[in-house]
Write a protein of this length. Structure first.
Length: 164
């Protein structure tokens, strides 16, 4: 990223991992913590839609909680309002997976193990996987999507203490 000597770096936000700071630290890209909430609400949000939402709305989505059914519903309504008001496109819905593979702290998803081995790194052990937060497991799972470069997988594994 090119910055002049007088420009300051973007603000740091809680909920944005270090590995995604370069592209998500200023909320131009959708942080993993928001992606997890999108999956939980069943709402699809494109990068174009995200960037049309004013920064204060993006910050609110980053800070919002989805840890109870009531908060999840409120988050969904807030997101739908923001999309309708600013995105210039309709709200699109997706199925919500009631038991996503990353949510099981007792078992490393095969996709994560296979991806790690395919790039020559040791996959997380069961104990390491269990020690990760829900959001960290979500991030590692998302960083193994088929058909993507997933270049932040190793930096995320390092940040989460899974790799030295």
């Amino acid at each position: 990223m090119n910055r002049t000597l007088n420009s300051s770096p973007p603000a740091r936000y809680d909920g944005v991992f270090d590995f995604e700071y370069d592209f998500g630290g200023d909320l131009r890209c959708i942080p993993m913590s928001v992606r997890q909430k999108l999956d939980a609400t069943g709402i699809k949000l494109t990068l174009k839609q995200w960037n049309r939402i004013p920064e204060d709305g993006r910050r609110a989505l980053l800070a919002g909680d989805c840890d109870t059914a009531l908060r999840l519903d409120a988050y969904r309504r807030q997101l739908e309002r923001l999309i309708a008001a600013h995105a210039g496109s309709p709200v699109e819905h997706a199925e919500v997976d009631p038991a996503p593979p990353w949510a099981d702290a007792t078992r490393v998803p095969e996709r994560v193990s296979h991806w790690a081995m395919s790039i020559g790194v040791t996959p997380p052990t069961a104990a390491q996987w269990a020690a990760l937060s829900s959001l960290q497991r979500f991030a590692l799972f998302k960083l193994t999507r088929p058909g993507h470069k997933n270049e932040n997988f190793v930096p995320a594994m390092r940040e989460f203490g899974v790799l030295p």
